[in-house]
Design a protein around this ligand. Structure first.
Ligand code: FAD
Length: 460
């Protein structure tokens, strides 16, 4: 009798557990083992800010499936186990039981690296002071909650106004902490264009969150715990600090094993999530991927992508031939009462990728004007001058943003022009949209801008 083929997965969150589950479903004979450094597997990191805010009081609500549930399906999940090294020649790895156990060598026939990302190292002096946190794992969220619960915290500082930083600012506001956000760039949420970011800054100000942009933090100061954040000559009082200055792919193992890394240091994979080394796949936030609009490498660490990539890796480990085509960077985030969505390229990104870009914005209603509860929605679309091919979209408003940004994402996937989007058969009834949806009006304006300016240029 031949031995079962042994699949080992490093990392037990979105990408890793998707890979393990899919491989198990497709091939019941595989021997599948997952190693996960933290105490939890298969959880939603995306829900962590809401756990800190108190909206989701129990962290267990964020856990999708436990190791026991995976065991019942024949997938062995070893939490609190750290893989220290992989040997791609001998097809082994070195793993350590973090609960005081010794390290051991384990063989594998197929390896999936799903090690995710780590908070970017800020290098800020004082970042190790008690009361300074990053947010990536359930343990991080628990530590933040415990810090607040144990003392009379009044003031919070969030360093970085990306989506995690803004979600944390909102969480601190929900915990009645006076909150300041310090951002090095000249506008909040660098995922969107500056004009769209103005609406977000206005919302933060209206909700009493102080925002300081264009300022680099010099140091975090305090005696036995954090007390101040020093930035641009100002000293901001802080009982708690969260650093959210982005994430970097966790490629410690991959780099040591000499797997190819891309320009953003993500593991290079093909559409089947294969690395350059036979028998080794990678998926999720530790990988770079392909941007569907410019075709070049891109690093967009999001849960949606990690789940899809993990599923593809798992299928292919089990002998399939599935593909992950790439990303548009579609994302949606709630900032206080505001919904913000984006997909495709921003103006600067489009220009950097060599596109001659035009844009148009409209502000219109989320529901019929006569229907109670309508809100203003701002839709910005970007397209290529001349062809009118859509390049991106950004939406800000108090309702209906996610559905609409997904329409734009679908149009980008289809390679549609702005004029084609204007003709899309979108749903309409007074409680949900005006008869001319803001997306359709924005598409019309963008199509006009793309061709009118092209005509003007020809005339000149
Ligand atoms: P990770 O979730 O990082 O998991 C990798 C795991 O590998 C880690 O648990 C790590 O402990 C483990 N690991 C690493 N090295 C080793 C080793 N040597 N040995 C053993 N284990 C190891 N995405 C969205 O799409 N929408 C959102 O709204 C959203 N909100 C977010 C909010 C927050 C606060 C955070 C932190 C992330 C959010 N994301 C969101 C991003 C999303 O959570 C990630 O893209 C997703 O978790 C990536 O999954 P992954 O499996 O690739 O990596």
């Amino acid at each position: 009798m031949s031995a079962r083929r042994r699949v080992v997965v490093v990392g037990g969150v979105a990408a890793g557990m998707s890979a393990a589950s899919r491989a198990r479903r497709l091939d019941p004979d595989l021997d599948i083992t997952v190693y996960e450094r933290s105490h939890f597997c298969s959880y939603s990191a995306c829900g962590l800010p809401y756990h800190v805010a108190g909206l989701i009081p129990d962290h267990e609500a964020l856990v999708v499936r436990t190791p026991e549930e995976f065991a019942a399906d024949g997938v062995t999940v070893n939490v609190h186990h750290e893989v220290m090294a992989i040997n791609v020649v001998e097809r082994t790895l070195r793993v350590r039981n973090m609960a005081g156990g010794r390290s051991r060598t384990e063989p594998w026939d197929a390896l999936v690296i799903a090690a995710g990302a780590r908070p970017a190292s800020s290098g800020i002096p004082g970042k190790s002071l008690p009361g300074v946190f990053t947010l990536r794992t359930i343990e991080d969220a628990q530590a933040i909650r415990a810090w607040i619960a144990a003392r009379d915290c009044r003031e919070a500082v969030v360093i970085g106004a990306g989506y995690i930083g803004l979600e944390m600012a909102d969480a601190f506001r929900a915990r009645d902490l006076a909150t300041t956000v310090v951002e090095r760039a000249d506008h909040v949420l660098p995922l969107v264009d500056p004009d769209v970011a103005d609406d977000i800054a206005a919302e933060l100000a209206a909700k009493g969150i102080d925002v300081v942009c264009g300022v680099t933090v010099d140091a975090i100061a305090g005696k036995s715990r954090v007390q101040r954040v020093l930035a641009g000559g100002a000293s901001i009082a802080a009982d708690i600090v969260v650093i959210g200055v982005g994430v970097r792919p966790d490629t410690t193992l991959a780099a040591a094993a000499r797997l190819p890394l891309g320009p953003d240091d993500g593991i290079v994979v093909d559409e089947g999530m294969r690395t350059g080394v036979d028998g080794v796949w990678a998926a999720g936030d530790c990988c770079q991927t392909r941007h569907l609009l410019h075709g070049g490498p891109s690093y967009v660490p999001l849960g949606t992508t990690a789940n899809k990539q993990g599923r593809v890796a798992g299928a292919n480990v089990a002998g399939g031939d599935e593909r992950f085509a790439g990303v548009l960077g579609t994302a949606v985030v709630k900032v206080c009462e505001l919904e913000v969505g984006r997909t495709g390229l921003g103006e600067q990104e489009a220009a950097n990728a060599g596109f001659d870009v035009v844009s148009a914005s409209v502000t219109h209603l989320s529901r019929a004007g006569y229907y109670p509860g309508h809100e203003q929605l701002r839709v910005k679309l970007l397209a290529e001058r001349g062809s009118g091919r859509l390049l991106g979209g950004q939406i800000v408003g108090r309702e209906g943003v996610a559905k609409r940004v997904d329409v734009i994402a679908a149009a980008l996937h289809a390679g549609a022009t702005a004029a084609e989007l204007e003709g899309y058969d979108l749903s309409y009834a007074p409680p949900f949209a005006p008869v001319w949806d803001p997306v359709l009006i924005a598409a019309r304006k963008t199509a006009e801008a793309a061709t009118a300016r092209a005509r003007l240029r020809e005339a000149v």
